[in-house]
Design a protein around this ligand. Sequence first.
Ligand code: PRT
Ligand code: ZN
Length: 283
Amino acid sequence: MLRIAIQTKGRLNEQSMELLRELGIDIDPAKRKFLSKAANFPIEVLYLRDDDIPQVVASGTAALGIVGLNEVEERGCQVQIIKRLGFGGCRISLAIPKGEEYDGVEYFEGKRIATSYPAILSRFLEEHGVRAHIEVISGSVEIAPAAGIADAIFDIVSSGATLVSNGLKEVEQVFESEAVLIAGESLSAPEQELLDELLFRIESERVSRGLKYLLMNIPTECLDEAVKILPAMRSPTVMPLASEGWCSLHSVVEAKDLWSKVRQLKAIGAEGILVLSLDKIIP
Ligand code: PRT
Ligand code: ZN
């Protein structure tokens, strides 16, 4: 049994659950408990606050976790980063009141900076030889300058709207983050085997994303030209049609090339072109 820790609620919960669903793991959200077993895969989901996930994985209480890279970095836990998951993208930035002039990191010398990420911030300041006072605040960091608690903030930024609405401007982007799949440093052999199966499924999801399945009828005499337009995974599949001189051609194309391929295929006589979404490609 593989135990995976994910966020109970919050920004990463929905997409973490969605990822498990895409991998064919059936967790009934209606029957959600602190610990929920999947119906069709030897995995159980442990729901936690994101702050606790790196430690729980480092200690081996859960073999895997899905959490922001920012939390892993801040907590400095001994875990392996197995995969970047492509959601929950954000950055941690230094921001100051918008009316202030900024001419480099020396600006922060002697200043008070409010943050929930003191470890990442102090590393950055140290690297730049800047001495500042770090005020640790666990939430609503963006109001600290207006409240007189700090001169600047170091906080997560996504669209930047929160900074703007609090009269702040982003001056240094220090850390880029996204959701990551993490694992303990020493998985047992059965856990490693289940993780390999999950990674195999993640990879087929990734490969199939951005691809389209194309079917069309084409005059047999144009087949060679069509095959040149459509280099598929190996080569396109060709099947004869009942009507003489025509065949059916099946292939996979990258979504970004779809319309240019369709134009070229129509130009050589393709008809009845069907474009289908691909669910999975098993390499
Ligand atoms: O309750 P729990 O402790 O589990 O959750 P939490 O409140 O600590 O975290 P949560 O759910 O807010 O975020 C979880 C993770 O999502 C973070 O650790 C990041 O990895 C990631 N993430 C991605 C973000 C954002 N984008 C984000 N925009 N986390 C927080 N924000 C905040 C940001 O601080 C700002 O205040 O959202 C606000 C809006 O951002 P703008 O720039 O779009 O205005
Ligand atoms: Zn949290």
